[in-house]
Design a protein around this ligand. Sequence first.
Ligand code: SAM
Length: 330
Amino acid sequence: MLLLSDKFGRPITDLRISITDHCNYKCVYCRTGNEGALYSDLPFTDYLRMARIFAGLGIRKVRITGGEPLLRKGVVEFVRELAKLRTTDDEPLELAITTNGHLLAEMAQPLKDAGLRRATVSMDAVDPDRFARITRVPNGFDNVLAGIRAARHAGLWPVKVNCVLMRGFNEDQIIPFGMFAREEGVIVRFIEFMPLEEDRTWAPETVVTLDEIVARMAEYRPLVEIPHERSETARRYHFDDGIGEIGIIAPVSHPFCGHCSRIRITSDGKIRTCLFSVWDHDLHELMRRNASDEELVEFICGVVARKEERHHIGEADFVPASRTMVHIGG
Ligand code: SAM
């Protein structure tokens, strides 16, 4: 059986599909003031065909992302169709979504019923005013909190809350988020700010690093590291009394490229082999030209084999990615 791996021997098991690059939030570390959308999106049948082919090549997890995926009409039905696909071990795919949570309160239960297993909600402050300053949306906080609670209530498990820390905006939210994780029963994951934003404000000093997060949180309560899978992006910790889990995703200070198992499809049907790729590979163009499944498999395997070894953030030879995060899907 043909299973995806790259020339460095990394098995590729995790597919992320962006279903739109349109977004209703304008987070400072991601968007600028524009409408978000630059690229088209595809009919769900096209993403489904891609997902089916990738599943036949060893993909086990599919994460739906964007832009903001819940803006796309028909997303529940899309999940229902994805849930019918099988892995090479004849298991259902593990389906997850990354969302800003603004529309999740009404959609969590239908998504769960359709076959979604896990949800990650982006929330960068537990303080509503700070939240508004970061997202540049005046009244989103209550919606997002309701979305997180609805996801838990619907049985999406685990619910993870992603917080991108950006110096000068929310580094003082570390301890409040520790408390939030314990009170709400969610896994809070701090993400180091990466140079993938439209405003080009990234500088090494703006990154709040893993070491700094751990030290700050330890002032609140001691953390105990949890052993994690090599391909997991997050270092995981629980508090010393066992209540509350946090994760830290540290691509800048502790890169994990050597264990990367991810591949991405953009909303306009391009394959991205790395967040920091300087070009895309147009899978949809082949589909438009009526390529057979076999031809698509050959194309995908060739592209994946050439996956970049690692990113070069902070190095003299760093070249910015050809797309920013909102147009890739995180
Ligand atoms: N709209 C959805 C959301 O807000 O979760 C999905 C798309 S968003 C691009 C996916 C993830 O990327 C979010 O968790 C977001 O915080 C993260 N992200 C965006 N820009 C980032 C950056 N410059 N550095 C690190 N993470 C970033």
